[in-house]
Write a protein that binds this ligand. Structure first.
Ligand code: GDP
Ligand code: MG
Length: 436
């Protein structure tokens, strides 16, 4: 049982502020998670460095272990880095025509996404026109036409015999005459970044008033995403990014890399091949996905929601002063129950496969609770007065053997002794963290 109690205290003791070793231990896990999510190595390195500097010395919320506290900071920073909240595609005011240039490598999902976007704009009461500027891939024009038809959005095309710039110019003229207010240019991609492709895009941007240049990137490309984003941003300048194929099993580290390298927001994510599978980008969801650390984040949220901060703080102080008594013990158990019991808390942690040597029996606490409930208020706050006759009365009341009452009282004494040796000991334990 002592082991179980120690686990309770892990959640409830006051841990002061994060030490360098707390932070380093937890960040090791985070680094692994980021690399596994295919975040670019350099981006990971910088990110870890920033977080490390920010985290050391920060207060640990009473409901969290130091490890969890670091993860929380990491999560907050990730959300921050990826944009804090969702970003809308900027449109020109009034009846002015907004020209949107779609760019990216071949197969990234430009044509599909162009049609998906058109559907979104149409839903908002806009009048989009799609323009087939990919004159190289034989089926490209037809693909856009088929998709445009599905969305009920007209497609402007001049076949493959004209320069993309001239097609774009003609399309804008057509839009002006016919009352379209958004023109989306679906351009060609190459399998790799090449000069011709860039030149073509630069030419369009130099000659027509492109309001938004949107880079479409395949989330599955992982590390490559950084080079792609960097090149496109340097050569033509991009305003936002759409990340496609996030319905696959990628953890989506590309989102972080792209954002870190270009500083441009992720606008939407592609979640499937269907034209309705385009969703607004949510930085907080993406952060959890990239971290991919079990349900740690929901555990943290749960802890934040249920633990009464003030109570926990007061309890922490008592523990430090070794004034902890049976009343506090009851409080501690109550708080734990609010969080779903010890086994539920442990099962949410990654890598904690509930080792066989620690059996988690939430019922065991019920017996303990029954004993404490059978004590008078005075006995609870001052266990020293528990003489044999009192203990016997309590055992009868709780329906247990007197030996169990003795054991509980003894454990309480041991705990108090342990607490007296703190804070030195607390630090040592905190180091271990819970993310292994
Ligand atoms: P483009 O060469 O950049 O124009 O790419 P396409 O629009 O032709 O898309 C290439 C392939 O990716 C097609 O088979 C699309 O159906 C598929 N695709 C595009 N977006 C998504 C997405 O979000 N999820 C999935 N699963 N497939 C997608
Ligand atoms: Mg295409």
């Amino acid at each position: 049982l002592t082991e179980k109690l120690q686990n309770v205290f892990k959640n409830l003791r006051s841990k002061g502020s994060l030490t360098e070793s707390d932070v380093k231990a937890a960040l090791k896990e985070v680094k692994m998670a980021l690399l596994e999510a295919d975040v670019n190595f350099k981006v990971v390195k910088n990110f870890i460095k920033t977080v490390q500097e920010r985290a050391i010395g920060q207060d640990v919320m009473n409901s969290l272990t130091p490890g969890q506290m670091v993860i929380k900071i990491v999560n907050d920073e990730l959300v921050n880095l990826m944009g804090d909240e969702t970003t809308e595609i900027s449109l020109k005011p009034g009846s002015e025509i907004t020209v949107i240039l779609m760019c990216g490598l071949q197969g990234a999902g430009k044509t599909t996404t162009t049609a998906k976007l058109a559907g979104k704009f149409k839903q908002k009461g806009k009048k989009p026109l799609l323009v087939a500027c990919d004159i190289y891939r034989p089926a490209a024009i037809e693909q856009l036409q088929v998709n445009g038809e599905k969305q009920g959005v007209p497609v402007f095309s001049m076949g493959s015999g004209h320069k993309p710039l001239n097609i774009a110019k003609a399309a804008i003229e057509h839009a002006e005459k016919n009352g379209f207010n958004i023109v989306i240019l679906d351009t060609a991609g190459r399998l790799h970044i090449d000069e011709d492709m860039m030149t073509e895009l630069v030419e369009i941007k130099e000659n027509i008033d492109v309001h938004q240049s949107i880079l479409v990137v395949d989330a599955m490309t992982g590390q490559d995403a950084v080079n792609v984003a960097e090149m496109f941003n340097n050569k033509i300048g991009i305003d936002g990014v759409i990340l496609t194929k996030l319905d696959g099993d990628t953890r989506g580290g590309a989102a972080l890399s792209i954002r870190a390298v270009t500083g441009r927001p992720i606008l939407y994510v592609g979640m499937g091949e269907k034209l309705s599978d385009l969703e607004q980008f949510h930085p907080d969801r993406m952060a959890s996905r990239i971290l991919g650390m079990g349900d740690v984040l929901s555990l943290i949220e749960k802890a934040e929601a249920t633990i009464d901060e003030e109570k926990a703080e007061a309890l922490g102080k008592k523990i430090k002063k070794a004034e902890f008594d049976f009343n506090d013990f009851l409080d501690a158990m109550e708080q734990m129950r609010n969080m779903g019991g010890l086994s539920s808390i442990l099962s949410m942690l990654p890598g904690v496969g509930l080792p066989s040597d620690i059996e988690i029996d939430d019922n065991a606490f019920k017996g303990v609770e029954a004993i404490i409930f059978s004590m008078t208020k005075e006995e609870r706050s001052n266990p020293a007065i528990l003489n044999p006759s009192r203990k016997k009365r309590i055992a009868t009341g709780a329906g247990v053997d007197i030996s169990e009452v003795n054991r509980l009282v003894k454990q309480m004494e041991q705990m108090k002794k342990m607490m007296k040796q703190m804070p030195g000991m607390m630090k040592g334990k905190g180091k271990k963290g819970r993310f292994r």
